[in-house]
Design a protein around this ligand. Sequence first.
Ligand code: CP3
Length: 365
Amino acid sequence: MSTVLQNDLYLRALNREELPRTPVWVMRQAGRYLPEYLRVRQQAGDFMTLCSTPELACEVTLQPVDRFNLDAAILFSDILTIPDAMGLGLHFEPGEGPRFSNPVRTPADVRNLPVPDPMDKLRYVMDAVSTIRRELNGRVPLIGFSGSPWTLATYMVEGGGSKDFSKVKGMLFSDPSTLHELLNRTTQSVIAYLNAQVSAGAQSLMIFDTWGGVLSPANYREFSLGYMQQIVDGLTREADGRKVPIVLFTKNGGQWLDVMADTGCDGLGVDWTTDLADARARTQDRVALQGNLDPSALYGSPERIRVEVKRVLDSFGTGPGHVFNLGHGIHQHVNPEHLGVMVEAVRELSARNGSTQESAPGLHG
Ligand code: CP3
């Protein structure tokens, strides 16, 4: 799998190396705002068939990389593949988001949860990873991902998305040992799943803790961060002689960036509610930072988008360790051309004088 990476800016930014410009990719970069994605999803029939057909998952992974010349590709899949492989019965109701037919509600439900073998029920994800790596042919690095145990548990207990998280928080306060058992099994599943993605060709990993920010500080440490720490400790950190950087992202987790950095991860995703200057002060340049344009900024005019991009770059300031991204996933109704404006603005406004070299010589990825 050892092809030379033509553009390794993303990996080098996570390593906090000095670079000719700031690399950029976008959370949910493959998706419904792209007409070419909608065509392939229609061809697949539904979202889960798209995820589980490696050639189609590969095609939609490459669409935004081709269109916008992004500096990283992210595996096209979903965080809910793990609970699905545990037997929860994932389906997507049109316009309603994800639903589980068999949510986890009782101690017996938790005791019966298997830790899925990633090469069995999740084999389709590993096949997608190796197919994408082959098709990328070293253009840019491939990011693998999973949900955090806490975020997965919210969907598993609620049975889908939620506004108040009453069932999973009910479990947290009424039967914490059952929730811990659920989080333990999910953590073991995530570690095996992410390590299998690295074996299949993922060159960096990101853990999405979309709902950590709904917890109190003490409960965030106990029920979310502690399990992300176990994951960081359990992951393969090198492949093909190169570091596999790990990025943790807790949405609404700005006040916890320092303890997140203590896990030993390489980078932190930052949402738009924290200025990157404050995030840097909090983490003391111990980790790289990824973010953090408000996704709604892409509803603005091209001129306004450039102003907002500059604000993010200026807030990070000088020095290494920034990966430009949105602060959360791109919205469905954004005009794709506006994303193009954002990417161009990042390239132009972050260009540093001197080096124009986009790839370190002699490095293999
Ligand atoms: O970033 C990428 O381009 C990779 C693909 C990716 C998807 N989901 C594809 C997807 C990634 C990284 C995810 C992660 C994910 N999935 C998260 C964590 C990140 C975040 O956004 O906070 C969460 C919470 C989910 C769960 C999930 N999957 C929800 C809530 C939904 C429905 C929401 C919606 O936008 O309708 C999904 C479905 C989903 N996952 C879609 C895509 C492109 C839309 C499916 C479709 O085409 O209809």
